[in-house]
Design a protein around this ligand. Sequence first.
Ligand code: ADP
Length: 191
Amino acid sequence: MVNFLIFGPPGSGKGTQSVKLAEKFNLTHLSTGDMLRAEISAGTDLGKKMSSIMSKGELVPDEVVIEMIAARIDSTKGSSGFLFDGFPRTVAQTEALERMLNVRKMKIDSMLVLDVDHDELVKRLILRAEQSGRPDDKDPAVIENRIDVYKAKTEPIIEYCRQRGIYQPVNGMGTIDDIFDRLSRQIKKQL
Ligand code: ADP
């Protein structure tokens, strides 16, 4: 198993690229954002509790996403590895993921970081709001808050991974196909 983090600010294209990469390389795509939205649509108690946090652009508690991921890791069979999307989002989540993988004789092999300009991020998120109907994309103040939360709580993971020698920056500007080719090249190197 070869395991990747796909990393970058909200609107950097992680979700779009993850779906395509998972298919091409037989990776299991695990998106905590998708899992949380599934809880909300199913109307579960957890979904109800998390939806107000998400609609403000804040992070849900670490334990919630760590548990979701642990359950999925153990139920996955037959893939070449995991592609973690939107997880980890804090250094504590990163340490928890490393522990989870270590006890299963795995590790984080590579962190692919999509670099995208701030103005381009905001533009993409506003466009996505029109198309996807995600409530956290509708309000510009919530978008800005998500970017601030990313800088304060999530970006420090880059330094953490750099020290482990797994940091891999990728140019996230351009067409979806261009970015897909750049990411594919990095993934091929690891497989
Ligand atoms: P985006 O990358 O556009 O911000 P996601 O779909 O990854 O979107 O996440 C949407 C929201 O779900 C986040 O703003 C946050 O509230 C919550 N969320 C998703 N993943 C996590 C996580 N790993 N830790 C904490 N909160 C999370």
